[in-house]
Design a protein around this ligand. Structure first.
Ligand code: CMP
Length: 140
């Protein structure tokens, strides 16, 4: 299996409830290594561009408002099959459908305030990582 990198966000509902350590413990226990990390306040323009693919969806404005409602932690996770592994331990987008033991089952409040974001493919991981991190900020 290939060593990959994926992009991860701990969302405002997670930072607000002081859950960043608990959530990252799940990722680390799953074999993912944090190789870059920073806590930021996203601007509206930044959030709109990041979620640009969802611009036509009915939930877009609410999603952007939520993502700028408090600080987030953006990070790069590295490990074997990191994209799929990260998605597996995050659980389904809607916490109502998330499996036992997943981050969203344990911590998410709703489909919007669902605690974490993770890239859906290696191609998008590369794009999302480059959106927030310079190569020199990633230390494997
Ligand atoms: P995320 O992985 O960050 O990507 C897009 C986000 O939109 C998703 O997680 C959800 O938190 C959010 N979202 C809000 N409403 C919906 C919805 N009805 N369907 C899918 N995603 C939604």
């Amino acid at each position: 299996m290939a060593i990959e990198r994926t992009f991860s966000i701990l969302k405002p509902d997670a930072t607000r409830r002081n859950l960043t350590g608990k959530i990252n413990a799940v990722f680390e226990d799953a074999g993912l290594r944090i190789v870059a990390q920073k806590r930021i306040q996203m601007s509206r323009a930044q959030a709109e561009a990041f979620y640009g693919v969802h611009r036509e969806r009915g939930f877009f404005n609410d999603l952007v408002s939520f993502m700028i409602s408090g600080p987030v932690v953006v990070q790069v996770l590295e490990g074997e099959n990191a994209v799929a592994r990260h998605r597996e331990v995050m659980g389904a987008t809607n916490p109502a459908n998330a499996a036992e033991g997943t981050v969203r089952k344990m911590f998410a409040e709703s489909i919007e305030a669902n605690s974490v974001h993770g890239s859906d493919s290696p191609e998008n991981a590369a794009i999302e990582i480059a959106y927030f991190f310079a190569g020199t900020e990633i230390v494997g």
